[in-house]
Write a protein that binds this ligand. Structure first.
Ligand SMILES: Cc1cc2nc3c(=O)[nH]c(=O)nc-3n(C[C@H](O)[C@H](O)[C@H](O)COP(=O)(O)OP(=O)(O)OC[C@H]3O[C@@H](n4cnc5c(N)ncnc54)[C@H](O)[C@@H]3O)c2cc1C
Length: 391
């Protein structure tokens, strides 16, 4: 007879100090599970995807997230499966280089900024996370007096002292236990594709009226982001859209990479909208990663923020007394919320700067671009990394 999810949870949590359920083994949930595992604390982790699933896109990891891997003994694996980023090149609407920013000025005080595939990072984190129950969800969650009663998708039920919602931007766990979110929609979206690795140390982006292209190296290839207005591109064939963009590009890096893209791999579409939850904690539940504050990819900080928050939550939980869990959750929120929301604010303001549809707006922006320093573009994120968050 197959074991129910509830009895698997009971087995995993036998003798545990706290009965913790982590919903979602993405970047945030896997980091938290790995850190708890390292500290000898056990959590029950469920993930609705299969182990081999990974939403194929590239991640730029700031030291804010990358340094969490040091404490997990994963520094060597991270170094060998990622590339250090040295330069960010910003091109104007006509495809001419407007500004070349050396990244070392931004990160020299903190550590490397590295490019990695999401699948590689996930595999690394999950290898340290202890057992994960795949193909499993928790469609019903109800907060009861002393915990959260959870019904799994096989109909079995178990009660937990704490439920951690690590199920991403569109979190069902948040919907069940937390209610309202504030949404921010840029009206844009984009396809992620893969191309040949040309320059391994350089991010390049070009922003034109109503469309844009980005190139982000990871080991062995580059991720390509093809942006446009959501209503104009969401239903399009990604390869047709890529050909259309190709027709507008001048000779150079964007044209070279896009014309040699991998047309056999399925393109991944992402809508450029995010959410911010009004509440982060209840008596027995807590939001983590994109479930608390979802990130646009514009500042390349969502995964780093998720890992930074997972480290803070693991720290507070490993000190928490079972009878004062609410106190640990309040401390976690106080530590992380200002940092995360400030980083999110930065990624939203970059979106306003990048995703412009009017020609006049882009002409003005191109004029100003030459005077914008990188420090200014990502000043909030620098503040978060420096620990000087003003909120
Ligand atoms: C195209 C793109 C590019 C990006 N680039 C960058 C970048 O360069 N740098 C950066 O730092 N960030 C980047 N981000 C953002 C980053 O990916 C997210 O901020 C980060 O993944 C958040 O981690 P998370 O664990 O909260 O959510 P996710 O990584 O989305 O993980 C959520 C997990 O929960 C699982 N799940 C969902 N629903 C359920 C359910 N009901 N039950 C069980 N499991 C469930 C999912 O399968 C998934 O495994 C990018 C995002 C995109 C889309």
């Amino acid at each position: 007879m197959t074991q129910t999810v509830a009895s698997a949870a009971d087995g995993t949590l036998e003798g545990a100090r706290l009965r913790v359920l982590i919903v979602g083994a993405g970047i945030a949930g896997s980091t938290l599970a790995a850190l708890l595992h390292l500290r000898g604390e056990t959590a029950f982790v469920i993930e609705h995807g299969a182990p081999e699933d990974d939403e194929g896109y590239m991640l730029g990891l700031l030291p804010l997230g990358g340094r969490v891997l040091n404490g997990l003994g994963l520094a060597g694996a991270y170094a060998s499966q990622s590339l250090p980023m040295r330069v960010y090149d910003l091109y104007n609407r006509k495809g001419a280089l407007a500004h070349s920013y050396p990244l070392d000025r931004l990160v020299s005080g903190f550590g490397d900024w590295r490019g990695i595939e999401r699948g590689a990072l996930l595999a690394m984190l999950r290898s340290a996370a202890g057992p994960i129950r795949y193909d499993t969800t928790a469609p019903r969650l109800v907060e009861v007096g002393d915990g959260v009663e959870v019904t799994f998708d096989d109909g079995s039920t178990a009660t937990f002292d704490l439920v951690v919602a690590g199920d991403g931007m569109h979190s069902r766990t948040r919907e069940a236990l937390f209610g309202t979110v504030d949404e921010f929609d840029t009206g844009w979206g984009g396809f992620v594709m893969w191309g040949p690795l040309d320059d391994p140390e350089r991010y390049s982006e070009m922003w034109a009226p109503g469309w844009g292209v980005g190139i982000y190296p990871v080991p062995g290839r580059v991720g390509i982001f093809l942006a446009g207005r959501h209503d104009a591109i969401a239903d399009r064939d990604p390869q047709d859209y890529a050909d259309e963009v190709l027709g507008r590009l001048p000779e150079g890096r964007f044209r070279h990479v896009l014309s040699h893209r991998d047309v056999n791999q399925q393109a991944f579409y992402w809508r450029m909208a995010d959410v911010r939850s009004r509440r982060w904690i209840t008596e027995h539940a807590v939001l983590l990663g994109d479930a608390a504050a979802g990130f646009l990819p514009t500042a390349g900080v969502g995964a780093s923020a998720a890992m930074d928050s997972a480290a803070a939550l693991a720290d507070e939980l490993s000190r928490a007394e079972a009878s004062h869990l609410d106190y640990a959750l309040r401390l976690y929120e106080r530590r992380q919320r200002p940092r995360v929301e400030l980083a999110q604010k930065n990624s939203r303001s970059l979106a306003r700067y990048m995703f412009m549809s009017s020609r006049t707006g882009t002409v003005l922006r191109d004029g100003l671009m030459r005077f914008y320093t990188l420090d200014r573009l990502v000043s909030d994120i620098s503040g978060v990394m420096a620990g000087t968050t003003k909120g």
